[in-house]
Each structure stands twice: as C-alpha cells, then as structure tokens.
Design a protein around this ligand. Structure first.
Ligand code: B12
Length: 212
C-alpha cells in the first residue's frame, strides 16, 4: 500500500486515498504508518507546488483530503488511560503568520487521547497570546507548530516572549513542523523539536515523568 497511498494523495485522488486508508484500517495497519505515508504524499504535493505544477487550489484540496482521513472513526488514537486527572497540560498553537494546522491537530489529538489536557489557541497566534494562556493555565508544556519559513522567526519571538515573561523555568517548549532541524531549533531556543507527532508525544511524556 505504501507507494499506492503516497501516489493517491500526491495525485489528489480523494476516493482512492479514502479507499486505501479504510482497507488498511480494516487490516489493522498502524495509524502512525498511515499518517507517515500521507505526510510523505503532502511533501510531494508541496514539491509540485514549488515546481509550479500545482497551484494554491491543489494545496487546499490536499488539506481537505487529509482532514477527511483524520475524521474517519478508526483513525482515532488509542492513548493511555489516565483517569480524571490529566497527565499534564499543554498550550499549543500555530505561530504568528502561519495558518497551517493539520500537523498541529494531529499532535494535539494524539496528546489528548494520551491523557494531556490541551489548550489550543488555533492558528496565527501572537507570542503574547501564548504567554497569557501559559499564565492562566500554568501548563507545563508549550507546543509551537509551523511549516512556513516565517514560522521560524515567529517561534523564536514566542520563546523569547515566554522567557521575558519569566515563565521559562516552569515551562518546557517543543516546536513541531516539517522544516525544523537541529539548526533551526537551536536558533528558536526551544527545549526540543520534532517533525513527527508520535515522537513529540514521547518527549512531552518524558518531561512530565521527570517532573514528578
Ligand atoms: C496543505 C498545505 C496548505 C494548506 C493548509 C491547510 C491547513 N488547514 O493546514 C493551505 C492551502 C491553507 C496552504 C496555504 C499556504 N501554503 Co501551504 N502547504 C500545504 C502542504 C502541501 C502540506 C502541509 C501539511 O499539512 N503537511 C502534513 C502535516 C501532517 O505535516 P506537518 O505539518 O509537518 O505535521 C507533522 C509534524 O511536523 C508534527 N507537528 C506539527 N506541528 C506540531 C506541533 C507540535 C507541538 C509537535 C510536537 C509536533 C508537530 O506532527 C505532524 C504529524 O507527524 C505543505 C507542503 C509540506 N511539505 O508541508 C505546503 C507548504 C507548507 N505551503 C507553502 C506555501 C508557500 C503556502 C502559501 C504561502 C501559499 C500561498 N501562495 O498562499 C500559503 C500560506 C498561508 C499561511 N499564511 O499559512 C510552502 C511553504 C514554503 C516555505 N518554506 O515557507 C509549502 C512547504 C509548499 C512548498 N513546498 O512550497 N498550504
């Protein structure tokens, strides 16, 4: 299914994508494997856009198809059961200037089903909004999402704002998005970074564990 699914999303073939995903879910294929392949397809859609083969309408279509897959009932994550008390609190948002929210939503659904309480600020979030929400909720983790190049300076501004507000010693910051690497992450000044939601969840869990 690997190549078929990547090809179907790259070609924006909605029916085929849904058919393959449904049949893989029936077979018991791991959700993360499906997400990984869809993400690869999205990268290819992005490449075609860069090469002027695809236009903005195609990016929109790719986003719609991805959302449809995420809405399938069996795409829900089975997280750890934690009872009434949340495992920890995460404030999250897509940073200022960036409207991409599919990756953010994948991570937050995963974290929520693992027992985290999530405060989602949406997209295009100003640094001050993150600071305000961290103060209000006393969350232990701040998750910053972004895929545009301009998300990097926005993430840095947000980390700086949290530090300047005197909150940094109580808050761990994780940045997520597919253009992040150790260089960009170093520049941003977050505690960690990832381009994989499952890995992000593991990092957040390890922070909470070490805290207790
Ligand atoms: C779909 C899409 C859109 C959709 C977005 C729909 C939506 N609701 O999100 C729409 C049509 C709105 C869009 C608009 C634009 N887009 Co666009 N888009 C894409 C595309 C094809 C896919 C993005 C995506 O959803 N990927 C799949 C998700 C699952 O991956 P992800 O975000 O990386 O998330 C994963 C991890 O990173 C991680 N993660 C993500 N966030 C977080 C947060 C935390 C805390 C953690 C722990 C983990 C985590 O978990 C996820 C699952 O593993 C990308 C191509 C690409 N390669 O990314 C271009 C791309 C990002 N877009 C691009 C561009 C240029 C634009 C526009 C400027 C186009 C225009 N001329 O208007 C606008 C910008 C609008 C804005 N201000 O944001 C460029 C950016 C270039 C750059 N370097 O800046 C890209 C790279 C395409 C390209 N190759 O040229 N886009």
């Amino acid at each position: 299914m690997n190549e078929l699914l990547v090809k179907a999303i790259t070609e924006l073939n909605e029916d085929k994508v849904l058919k393959i995903v449904k049949s893989e879910l029936e077979k018991g294929t791991d959700i993360n494997e499906i997400l990984y392949l869809l993400q690869q397809g999205m990268d290819k859609v992005g490449d075609l856009y860069e090469e002027c083969e695809y236009f903005i309408a195609d990016l929109i279509m790719a986003g719609i198809i991805f959302r449809e897959v995420l809405e399938l009932e069996d795409m829900r994550f089975n997280g750890d059961y934690v009872g009434d008390k949340p495992l920890g609190k995460i404030v999250i948002g897509t940073v200022k200037g960036d409207l991409h929210d599919i990756g953010k939503d994948i991570f937050l659904n995963l974290a929520r089903s693992a027992g985290f309480q999530i405060y989602d600020l949406g997209v295009d979030v100003e640094p001050e909004k993150f600071v305000e929400k961290l103060r209000e909720t006393e969350a232990e983790v701040l998750g910053l999402s972004g895929v545009l190049s301009l998300a990097i300076p926005s993430m840095k501004q947000t980390v700086d704002a949290v530090r300047n507000a005197g909150l940094k010693q109580n808050v761990k910051i994780i940045a997520g998005g597919n253009l992040l690497n150790s260089d960009t992450a170093g520049h941003i000044g977050a505690d960690s970074f990832t381009n994989n939601a499952m890995e992000g969840l593991k990092i957040c869990k390890s922070w909470i564990k070490n805290d207790r």
